[in-house]
Ligand binder design. Structure first.
Ligand code: R5P
Length: 317
């Protein structure tokens, strides 16, 4: 693949394997950088490559530890700007804080907007991200945002499995459109679970619209955080007679009680992407499978670099 040395890809410390996969796809090496700490714990970043006038991309998911990865991204952006990069794209495969996107009660912040503001202020000219919790979060940025979806790699995986007697289940009403796209892609029926969030950790699934009895379930979500949403929905569909249950989600955070919950739930397979690296504990869970978004990100970066269309990548969804 021909790419001139005007293109530079750098990696933050959140997800170096994914950044490496992107570079492999593009056939270029990772940009040189030294990420260190001052004795008091402050991060210190020094670029080891010349970036003057270059088209630079920094790959950094703002996953756990969220604030540390976010701060590192901000320092990286400032560093590239002060080193005279021509254009800087923040590649944020998983954008943390996305779920704090509205004032749903008094005296709370809209932290997703705050984060969008500081990323822009730090020097990003563009953002490339995957499955923001809500697509309209793109509007929180006043710079161009290329918003990709993990559905492309997930639905290809499930299509190859050719699941018979399939019902695609949305584990809450917020994911209905995503589930409908899976149905368009894979066939089968659609069902929707109604969930009630009791707290950040606890949700209760209380009703299903649609038929799941005797069917094989594919449950789709954007995020598995504490796994409360998918586990309570999986328990309910099993109670109502579902057979095999697979879960497909773009971002596998697996925080809090997630792994214990999944172990106690009748789920056959949990498929996530590598927007977030698996924790060591999650790596030991046999039912969790990870698909890579490296090629999708690499192809998109190539197109952004060449000023080619990105949306045509997704015409099949
Ligand atoms: C909710 O609106 C999202 O789509 C996910 O279902 C939710 O964020 C997952 O969180 P948890 O795994 O903690 O239930």
């Amino acid at each position: 693949m021909f790419l001139n040395d005007n293109l530079k890809i750098f990696s933050g410390s959140s997800n170096p394997e994914l950044a490496g996969g992107v570079c492999k796809y593009l056939g270029i090496g990772l940009g040189g950088v030294k990420i260190d700490r001052f004795p008091d714990g402050e991060k210190a970043i020094k670029l080891e490559d010349d970036v003057r006038g270059r088209d630079c991309f920094v790959v950094q998911s703002t996953c756990i530890p969220v604030d540390e990865h976010l701060m590192e991204l901000l320092i990286y952006l400032d560093c590239l700007r002060r080193a005279s990069a021509n254009r800087i794209t923040a590649v944020i495969p998983y954008f943390g804080y996305a779920r704090q996107d509205r004032k749903d009660e008094g005296r709370v912040p809209i932290t997703a907007k705050l984060v969008a503001n500081i990323i822009t202020a730090a020097g990003a000219d563009r953002v490339l991200t995957i499955d923001l919790h809500a697509a309209q979060l793109q509007g929180f940025f006043d710079i161009p945002v290329d918003h990709l979806t993990g559905e492309l790699v997930l639905s290809e995986y499930f299509r190859d499995k050719n699941i018979a007697n399939l019902v695609v289940v949305s584990p809450d009403v917020g994911n209905i459109k995503m589930a409908a796209r899976y149905v368009r892609h894979l066939g089968g029926d659609l069902a929707i679970v109604h969930k009630r969030r009791v707290s950040g950790e606890r949700v209760e699934a209380d009703e299903i619209i649609g038929e799941v009895e005797g069917k094989n379930v594919l449950m789709c979500d954007d995020i598995i955080a504490t796994a409360g949403t998918v586990c309570s929905a999986a328990n309910l569909v099993r109670e109502r007679g579902a057979k095999r249950i697979c879960i497909g989600a773009t971002h596998g955070i697996f925080a809090g009680q997630a792994l214990e919950r999944l172990a106690k739930t009748p789920v056959d397979e949990v498929v996530v992407t590598d927007t977030i690296p698996l924790t060591e504990e999650a790596k030991n869970v046999g039912s969790i499978k990870v698909l890579s978004v490296a090629a999708m990100l690499g192809e998109t970066i190539k197109r952004i670099h060449r000023n080619e269309s990105v949306s045509s990548l997704f015409n099949s969804i």
